[in-house]
Design a protein around this ligand. Structure first.
Ligand SMILES: [Zn+2]
Length: 365
């Protein structure tokens, strides 16, 4: 099995320059590949990774592009593979259409691949292609390294994310079965009647983010003040991401420890992309991350995660008698009484019980 191990790296000035140069080159190749594929599409042709890869080979022969030879060639190829995967995800309706990358994108990263042991940890250093030995804080034991993602954050930190082989230790669970209904107000409600709220500290950071972003929008474009404010916004973002990941890790591990079967709702890409309101946007990004964590942890530890299709009217169906109440469509209805069997339902708990029931049906079918 595989997992990601992320840690901060401390490149020296020369190494930083080379990393930034590599990021720039990968971005360039990615964008050229994307332009090429868009153009082909317009002309009614469909091209894939191999055509873009040929483009890269040709480009490297050009006099104007000799700088491409300085950086890790595998990383350049990887950026075209990433583009290709972006298109596959798009065609399978799992993601939006790939877009051009800008220098100002929040996520700047490139991916060298481990070939002939050219990526390894030696004492308090990690050896990386072209960069040589880059300082890390402490030495660590990791499994076989497949590839690594080098990240440069807007707060000017550098990280390495190793993709390593590992053997998960068996983790027995309490054998429970649970349905999960994620929401905006509460993080989730489960079929046992529990409600897990969004942590207060996250809401606090979120308010701060909105404040700092408002300030940013008032700064003059291209000014030093604006750049300083941009870093401030990035720092709050970084804090939110860390706090959120920590919260999601704990919640997902807890569910995995207690339950053999976890039923969740399939998320719609449209729902995830369409939210322009910041709080909702971060909320929906959290759900997909949360479901990803549940998915890979269930593979490691042998739990079942069942995805119930969104078409299923989980909120409107009475979990006792199955009566469908269209009045509950209105999101404002938090508590309702079933006109058939007169059970009084909490909206979210009822939905999560239905998700559990439906998931168990699907599993036994
Ligand atoms: Zn009923």
């Amino acid at each position: 099995m595989q997992k990601g191990v992320k840690f901060r790296i401390y490149p020296n000035k020369e190494q930083k320059n080379l990393i930034n140069q590599t990021l720039g080159c990968c971005r360039l190749i990615y964008n050229k590949g994307l332009a090429m594929r868009n153009e082909a599409y317009k002309n009614g042709k469909k091209i894939g990774y191999s055509q873009t890869s040929t483009m890269l080979t040709e480009l490297k022969k050009c006099e104007d592009f000799t700088f491409l030879k300085v950086v890790d060639s595998i990383a350049l190829q990887q950026s075209l593979r990433d583009l290709d995967r972006g298109f596959v995800n798009f065609f399978q309706k799992r993601a939006a259409h790939p877009t051009f990358k800008s220098k100002h994108n929040r996520h700047q990263s490139y991916r060298p691949v481990n070939q002939c042991d050219n990526i390894r940890i030696v004492g308090k250093y990690i050896k990386l292609p072209k960069l040589g030995f880059v300082k890390i804080r402490q030495t660590m034991e990791v499994g076989k390294i497949n590839n690594v993602t080098i990240e440069h954050t807007p707060t000017d930190k550098y990280f390495a994310v190793l993709n390593v082989e590992f053997e998960p230790q068996p983790m027995p669970n309490n054998g429970g079965m649970i349905g999960i209904d994620v929401g905006i107000k509460e993080f989730y409600s489960d079929s046992n009647g529990n409600v897990v709220p969004n942590p207060k500290y996250l809401e606090k950071s979120m308010r701060k983010l909105i404040r700092e972003q408002r300030k940013l929008s008032r700064k003059q474009k291209g000014s030093n003040n604006r750049n300083r404010q941009r870093v401030k916004v990035a720092l709050v973002h970084e804090k939110i991401t860390n706090q959120r990941n920590d919260f999601l890790q704990k919640q997902s591990t807890m569910l995995i420890r207690e339950n053999q079967t976890i039923c969740i709702e399939e998320l719609k890409v449209r729902n995830m992309m369409g939210n322009h309101k910041l709080a909702q946007h971060i909320g929906s990004a959290s759900w997909s991350k949360f479901f990803d964590m549940l998915a890979y942890k269930s593979v490691w530890y042998g739990n079942n995660v069942v995805k119930v299709p969104t078409m299923y009217p989980s909120s409107q169906t009475c979990s006792c008698c199955g009566y469908k109440n269209p009045l509950v469509k209105n999101l404002a209805v938090r508590v309702w009484e079933c006109p058939e069997c007169h059970t009084i339902h909490n909206r979210d708990t009822n939905a999560s019980i239905n998700i559990l029931t439906k998931g168990l049906q699907m599993q036994s079918a």
